[in-house]
Ligand binder design. Structure first.
Ligand SMILES: Nc1ncnc2c1ncn2[C@@H]1O[C@H](COP(=O)(O)OP(=O)(O)OP(=O)(O)O)[C@@H](O)[C@H]1O
Ligand SMILES: [Mg+2]
Length: 583
């Protein structure tokens, strides 16, 4: 049992120690601070005793040197107290620094995950793990620094007091120490229950944040369906649930704290009785007993603090578990961002490539070969696997079997960030301004690239107002404008492979024609793969990939497929019908 307890501690300590390394210089400084603060607290009574005992002799000196000495001692004492007073502030700064380091790490890990991860963890939950779990007392940031120094402080005081007391009467000291093992035993007994309750409480916070996040994100739907009241009721239910969990946690903590203080006080009374008896029997002197009592009083606070720190550790460990769960979630074998960026996609080839979603959808055994320059249309009914195909070409989904090869090399060994431009089906804007959204953090993209890309994507200079600020997540743009900005984002990097998922629907027929003209005139070496529901777009293409029910049924020129594949002809007729009713 003890070994599993120690194993657990060593696992968490190892994790925390990883974040001490970058701040180790400050940690050394803090250790000195801790010792100083303890020395000041413990030495204070001794200095005063000296002053009180010697004040008459010192002041009795003929010159002013005695008086100066008193002033000097008091000054030094005041300075030491002042410096020791800075100590909690210094700890808080290191807590925050560690908090930032942990957040950087967890966020970086989240950024490397794939769809499987984001299917499992909701945004509100992730936000909770990146905020409350790290910064709130008594969680990771506080525990990683403050708790350790408090433990150091309490232990050093405990050892000092016990040392002095032991020197005075070892029997009384043993008696005074008796409560400590009892307290640790109580902690050991409730530790598991405490951990379970803390985990439930953290989960409940995540649920609440999930609800808030999806409500604010989907506020338009909430309004359209007049779902304000049911949502408020749901939030209230969640908060009630959270209250129950938190209340039972607080109850448990209060019981443990209460027991600790009763045990502590009983210990004190026992020592007084035993000590008093010893004085009556002349086994120790009254002066010694008094000093012993003063140190016993000093001992009580650290003796309570150490078991309390164990309780705090339970809270912090649950949060560390939550971060570990996120960080240890398997990372996808995406294309290799460490490799030299690939300059140009000359050809891309799928060899018997399959990808399966857990629910059964996906793509089975597709084989094709595309060469630049060319425009390739991907056609198929709703849910047939078009997006899946494009994501595989973008390297976002790695095949479960078979391979995707770019210029003859496995896509997973390459870095496609510069060579490929991908526009997803649901365009997401992240920044506040149009330019920010198009540049998307790439230093290689110039002002001119941005203007040119916006022009090709059909966004005029005057379309979005003079300063082109949209507001958070692009709320100031229409759905179509958002998709055109996303197209411009892909174009701005001058990619040699352009992957467009059903986004040209955001352009009206006239604008789309202009788009293809400009795109073709700008670059004559691009391989463009476009998922589309529009016959006009299909007609622009040199090759069509026709997918149905997760399989690549046919590939070839539009006119040939139209003549030879009745299934394809049926899908195209459906598209025409849709276009005509749209107009
Ligand atoms: N994240 C996911 N998890 C589980 N299954 C998924 C996921 N995404 C897609 N699928 C399933 O895989 C199949 C193919 O989906 P895909 O998105 O590739 O279709 P699509 O042809 O792009 O459809 P649409 O025309 O509606 O965009 C569908 O049956 C779908 O239910
Ligand atoms: Mg799709």
């Amino acid at each position: 049992m003890l070994s599993s307890f120690l194993n657990k501690w060593s696992k968490y300590l190892k994790w925390i120690a990883g974040y001490w390394k970058p701040v180790r210089k400050y940690m050394v400084f803090l250790i000195l601070f801790t010792l100083l603060s303890s020395a000041v607290a413990l030495g204070f009574p001794l200095v005063f005793r000296y002053l009180l005992d010697n004040v008459q002799t010192i002041l009795g000196t003929p010159d002013s040197s005695g008086f100066n000495r008193i002033i000097l001692i008091l000054g030094a004492l005041a300075l030491a107290r002042f410096v020791a007073g800075l100590y909690p502030g210094a700890r808080a700064i290191i807590n925050s620094t560690i908090g930032i380091l942990v957040r950087d790490d967890v966020f970086g890990a989240i950024m490397r995950k794939n769809w499987r991860f984001f299917n499992r963890f909701r945004p509100g939950d992730l936000t909770t793990r990146l905020t409350d779990d790290i910064t709130d007392y008594p969680r990771i940031a506080w525990f990683s620094c403050s708790a350790f120094f408090r433990a150091l402080e309490s232990t050093s005081r405990l050892v000092f007091c016990l040392g002095v007391m032991f020197f005075m009467s070892w029997k009384l000291t043993l008696l005074a120490m008796a409560p400590l093992p009892v307290m640790l035993f109580i902690f050991y007994k409730v530790e598991h229950r405490l951990g379970r309750k803390v985990a439930a409480s953290r989960k409940a916070t995540s649920h609440t944040n999930d609800l808030l996040d999806s409500t604010f994100d989907g506020i338009a739907i909430v309004k359209a369906y007049r779902a304000e009241k049911p949502l408020a009721a749901r939030l209230h239910r969640l908060l009630d649930e959270r209250f129950d969990i938190d209340f039972s946690l607080v109850k448990l903590e209060m019981i443990v704290h209460g027991l600790y203080s009763i045990i502590g006080q009983v210990g004190k009374v026992t020592v007084m009785l035993a000590g008093g008896l010893m004085v009556i029997q002349h086994r120790i002197g009254i002066g010694d007993f008094y000093a012993f009592y003063v140190y016993l009083d000093m001992l009580l606070a650290p003796m309570m603090d150490i078991p309390n720190l164990f309780i705090a550790s339970r809270q912090a460990f649950v949060s560390i578990d939550r971060e570990m769960e996120v960080m240890d979630f398997p990372e996808p074998e995406r294309y290799n961002n460490q490799a030299e960026p690939l300059e140009e996609v000359k050809e891309i080839e799928a060899v018997d490539a399959s990808f399966n979603y857990p629910g059964g959808g996906g793509l089975k055994g597709v084989t094709f070969h595309l060469r630049a320059p060319s425009v390739v249309a991907v056609v198929g009914e709703v849910g047939s696997g078009k997006t899946t195909l494009l994501k595989m070409l973008a390297g976002l989904l790695s095949p479960d079997s078979g391979t995707i090869r770019v210029n003859g090399a496995d896509i997973q060994t390459l870095n496609l960030t510069a060579a490929a431009g991908y526009v997803p089906q649901d365009s997401v804007l992240l920044g506040e301004s149009v330019d920010e959204n198009v540049r998307f953090g790439r230093e290689t993209v110039s002002e001119k690239d941005i203007r040119d890309a916006l022009a090709v994507a059909g966004i005029g200079d005057d379309e979005l107002g003079e300063n082109r600020v949209l507001g958070q997540r692009g709320v100031g743009a229409s759905g179509g404008q958002r998709q055109r900005i996303a197209i411009a984002r892909a174009l701005a990097g001058s990619p040699s492979m352009l992957l467009l998922d059903d986004c040209t629907a955001a352009l009206d027929a006239q604008k789309e024609e202009a788009f293809w003209d400009k795109l073709k005139s700008q670059s004559n070496s691009t391989l463009t793969v476009v998922v589309t529901h529009r016959e006009a777009t299909v007609k622009q293409s040199e090759t069509v990939l026709f997918v149905s029910k997760g399989k690549l049924i046919d590939a070839g020129r539009h006119s040939d497929l139209l003549n030879n594949n009745p299934e394809y002809a049926r899908v195209i007729r459906g598209m025409e019908l849709e276009e005509n009713t749209d107009e």
